[in-house]
Write a protein that binds this ligand. Structure first.
Ligand SMILES: [Ca+2]
Ligand SMILES: [Ca+2]
Length: 327
């Protein structure tokens, strides 16, 4: 039989145990279930591709991090949610599309996934790019009676990876034909303008253009080609044939080289026409084969013309018919 003293001891022990249990349960049930919402979300500096954000911190008794929710009003593909450590109350959003409206809010989420309410929402528009690329500095070099080399430094843009394409002008008129891209030192570009009249004086210009079509025009540069008395074209290339078909409509053509009344064979250039249109690839001199892309699928007709240093051009070779398919 349990004595009265022992009973009192057991009752007292049970009471203490219950108090401890109760106390512990009280602590747990009174803890905040979710972080407090971040407040005072504010937009700082805005550029074409960046938005600076800051906010006042959340409070919580468990570890948490922030979620910056960015909603693009124009294209939902740019919507994003970024996680930011709780030690940080600012964020620089980068690589954003230009000239775009965003709604942005921040919330705090603890390690159990409990989320606070959202902060205030801010709306902000990234800037439009209205700044042209850097101005190209153009130099010209006469390469003979019918060609001038243009070289210029690479332009850079205020926006990374937003630049540049180049347009070419002669005497104020844009030129798109008879342009050979040429080797140039690092940081520079070069093209050779072909088929200029011997002894002609022409003024060239290069425009650098970013993807928003902001344009920077180079200095004008004037060049006078060498004079020439050669008015006779080289002989017509013969034996035009398919040397190799690399697939994907990439082929190597071969031919027998032409002869000119004035120029040595190494100076004679060969133009390849694909379905009647001059191939945009660089034209080479002194070669008996060259690379070209077919443009008609499956039917392609290739012809070759020879050009001397004075720009005199032979008639087209006999056509070569080849069936090709793109990849
Ligand atoms: Ca720009
Ligand atoms: Ca000639």
């Amino acid at each position: 039989m349990i004595s009265r003293q022992t009973s009192r001891f057991l009752i007292l022990t049970a009471f203490v145990f219950l108090v401890v249990l109760s106390f512990d349960g009280t602590v747990t049930s009174s803890a905040p279930r979710v972080p407090t919402a971040p407040t005072n979300l504010t937009v700082g500096a805005v550029t074409e591709t960046t938005i600076a954000l800051s906010w006042s911190s959340s409070k919580h008794n468990r570890p948490f991090s922030y979620r910056v929710r960015m909603t693009n009003h124009t294209n939902s593909q740019y919507n994003t949610v970024i996680t930011v450590a709780s030690s940080q109350t600012s964020y620089l959003a980068r690589f954003l599309p230009m000239n775009s409206n965003y709604s942005i809010s921040v919330s705090a989420v603890d390690e159990r996934g409990n989320s606070s309410a959202s902060s205030n929402t801010v709306t902000v528009r990234t800037l439009a790019d209205e700044t042209p690329p850097s101005t190209p500095v153009l130099e010209t070099l006469v390469l003979g009676p019918s060609q001038v080399r243009l070289s210029w430094n690479n332009s850079t843009d205020n926006i990374p990876l937003n630049c540049c394409s180049y347009l070419f002008f002669m005497n104020g008129v844009r030129i798109t034909q008879h342009i050979n891209w040429a080797a140039a030192p690092a940081g520079h570009n070069a093209i050779v303008i072909r088929h200029l009249a011997p002894g002609s004086t022409n003024t060239f210009r290069v425009d650098a253009i970013d993807y928003q079509l902001n344009t920077a025009s180079s200095n004008p540069s004037t060049a006078t080609t060498e004079t020439s008395t050669d008015t006779v074209a080289p002989s017509v290339p013969t034996n035009v044939r398919l040397l190799r078909d690399n697939g994907c409509a990439e082929v190597w053509l071969g031919w027998t080289q032409s002869i000119d009344d004035v120029d040595p064979q190494f100076a004679i250039e060969y133009e390849i026409y694909v379905n009647g249109v001059l191939s945009p690839l660089a034209v080479s001199a002194g070669v008996s084969e060259d690379f070209v892309y077919g443009t008609g699928f499956p039917d392609n007709t290739f012809t070759v013309k020879a050009v001397d240093r004075s720009g005199n051009t032979s008639a087209a070779s006999a056509p070569l018919f080849v069936q090709l398919w793109p990849c």
